[in-house]
Write a protein that binds this ligand. Structure first.
Ligand code: RNT
Ligand code: ZN
Length: 417
C-alpha cells in the first residue's frame, strides 16, 4: 500500500502536484452531512406525507424511526467517511419530550438540544433548514408566498424561530451555521399571477431576516429551484429570483443545488460566475437523473468539475458545501456513505490537479496541449492517493467499508420492524 502511494506521489510530483499537501488540506474542509437521508425526509414532528414537490422512492428496510436511531446511523456513516463533517438538520427533526408538541412557528432552541449534544460529542458544527413542507399549513401548495396572510405569517414566524435556533447552534458549537431557506411554493399549471407570489416571498424572507442574528455566526441562504413534482409550471423561488434576492440583501448567500436547473445547465460553470460577485456562496450537492431525483452522489463528471472550480478559484473558505440527496431504495447507511465519500474524492481529485499549469496553457492559447494534458490526468493513479487519504483519516478503504455496513444491517437495521 505505502509503496503504491509513494510511487503515485512521485508521478504527481512530476506534474507539479504535492499529494501530501492535498491530503492535509482536504482533511480540514467541512462538508455537511444531511440528516434526512436516514429517514427519507420524514422528521419527527409529523405523521403526514412528504410534500413540497420533492419525493423519495423505494422502501428499503431499516429506516431510522427515532432520534436515537437516526443519530446512531449518522455515527456509523461518519465513522466510514474521511474528512471533516458538519451536521445538516431540518426543523422537522425537532426532538420533543414525551407528550410534548409545538408547532413550527413556536420552535425553540431547546427542541434541538439533543442535536447540539450529538454535534458536540462528534466535535462538528451544525447547519440548519427551516422546513417549509410536509405540513398542513401549506395552503394550496404555498407557504411564504401565500396570499393568505395568516398562512404567510405562520411561515414567517417559523423562519424567525429558525434564525434563533441557528444562532444557538453556532454559539454552542463555535462554528457558523448555514441556514438555508428553500420553499417548494409553486403551481402545477399556467399561473394567472407570477409576480404576486414572488413579491410576497421577498417580503417574507425580509421579515425572517429582520430577526436579529450575528452575521458571523448565522449564514442565511436562499435556494432556487426550477420546478417540483406537482408544481411543474412555476416556482416562486426561481433562479433569477433567488440570485437577485441574495445579491440585493447584504449577508444573504445564494445556494445552488445542482439538481435545480435545466438539464443542460451545469452548476460547475455557475460557481465561478457567482464567486466573481459574492463573498460567499453555498451548495447542495446531489445527482439529478432526468429531473431533481436526488440520486446518491457518485464520483462522476459534474461533481468532479464542481470541486475543481471551488479549488481553482481558491474558494475553499468561501463555499459552504452540503450534500442533499435521498434514496430509499437501497441501504441508507451505504447511500449516505457513497455520497459523502464521492464528494471527498471529487475534492481530493481537484486538489491533485495542477491548476496553475493548466491555466497557463489556456492563457497562452495552448489549447491542443491543454486537451492532451487534461486527458492524461484522468488516468493518473488517483486511487492510490485516495487510499492514502482514507488511511490517514483512519477510515476503511473502498474495498472494505461495505463489510461494516453489512454487519450493521444485520445487527441493527434488520431489527427495526
Ligand atoms: C428540494 C431542495 C431542498 C431539500 C431539502 C430536504 O428540492 O433541494 O434542499 O432537498 O431541504
Ligand atoms: Zn437542495
Amino acid at each position: 500500500m505505502s509503496n503504491r502511494y509513494e510511487s503515485a506521489k512521485e508521478m504527481y510530483a512530476a506534474i507539479g502536484v504535492d499529494t501530501d499537501a492535498a491530503i492535509k488540506k482536504l482533511k480540514d474542509i467541512p462538508v455537511s452531512l444531511h440528516c434526512w437521508q436516514g429517514d427519507d425526509v420524514t422528521g419527527f414532528d409529523h405523521d403526514g406525507p412528504l410534500t413540497g414537490g420533492i419525493q423519495t422512492t423505494g422502501n428499503y428496510p431499516g429506516k431510522a424511526r427515532t432520534p436515537d436511531e437516526l443519530m446512531a446511523d449518522m455515527d456509523k456513516v461518519m465513522s466510514l467517511c474521511p474528512g471533516t463533517k458538519k451536521l445538516n438538520v431540518h426543523a422537522c427533526y425537532a426532538i420533543f419530550e414525551p407528550g410534548e408538541f409545538v408547532d413550527r412557528d413556536k420552535l425553540e432552541p431547546k427542541h434541538f438540544a439533543k442535536w447540539v449534544e450529538f454535534a458536540k460529542k462528534n466535535n462538528v458544527g451544525i447547519d440548519f433548514n427551516p422546513t417549509f413542507f410536509s405540513h398542513p399549513n401549506m395552503k394550496d401548495g404555498l407557504t411564504l408566498s401565500s396570499p393568505d396572510e395568516d398562512v404567510r405569517k405562520f411561515w414567517v414566524e417559523h423562519g424567525k424561530a429558525c434564525v434563533r435556533i441557528s444562532q444557538y447552534f453556532a454559539e454552542e458549537t463555535g462554528m457558523p451555521c448555514v441556514m438555508n431557506i428553500w420553499i417548494g411554493d409553486g403551481f402545477k399549471d399556467v399561473p394567472a399571477d407570477r409576480m404576486g407570489p414572488r413579491m410576497r416571498y421577498k417580503q417574507s424572507v425580509e421579515e425572517i431576516l429582520s430577526e436579529p442574528y450575528d452575521r458571523n455566526l448565522v449564514k442565511p441562504c436562499v435556494e432556487s429551484k426550477v420546478f417540483g413534482i406537482g408544481v411543474e409550471s412555476y416556482t416562486a423561488g426561481s433562479a433569477e429570483f433567488s440570485l437577485t434576492f441574495a445579491a440585493t440583501h447584504e449577508g444573504c448567500l445564494p445556494l445552488m443545488d445542482n439538481g435545480h436547473y435545466h438539464p443542460t445547465e451545469v452548476v460547475s460553470d455557475k460557481i465561478p460566475a457567482l464567486l466573481t460577485f459574492f463573498p460567499e456562496i453555498a451548495l447542495h450537492i446531489t445527482r439529478p437523473i432526468r429531473w431533481d431525483s436526488d440520486h446518491v452522489l457518485l464520483f462522476d463528471d459534474e461533481p468532479r468539475e464542481m470541486a475543481k472550480e471551488i479549488v481553482r478559484c481558491d474558494a475553499l473558505d468561501r463555499v459552504y458545501m452540503a450534500l442533499d440527496y435521498f434514496d430509499a431504495s437501497i441501504n441508507r447507511i451505504s447511500a449516505w456513505t457513497v455520497g459523502f465519500r464521492s464528494w471527498q474524492k471529487a475534492m481530493l481529485n481537484a486538489l491533485c490537479t495542477p491548476h496553475d499549469k493548466l491555466k497557463k496553457m489556456q492563457d497562452d492559447g495552448d489549447f491542443t496541449e491543454l486537451m492532451v494534458v487534461q486527458e492524461g490526468l484522468k488516468t493518473m493513479p488517483f486511487g492510490d492517493v485516495w487510499a492514502k487519504y482514507c488511511e490517514t483519516c483512519g477510515v476503511a478503504g473502498d474495498e472494505s467499508w461495505f463489510e461494516d455496513v453489512k454487519k450493521y444491517e444485520a445487527d441493527v437495521l434488520s431489527k427495526r420492524a
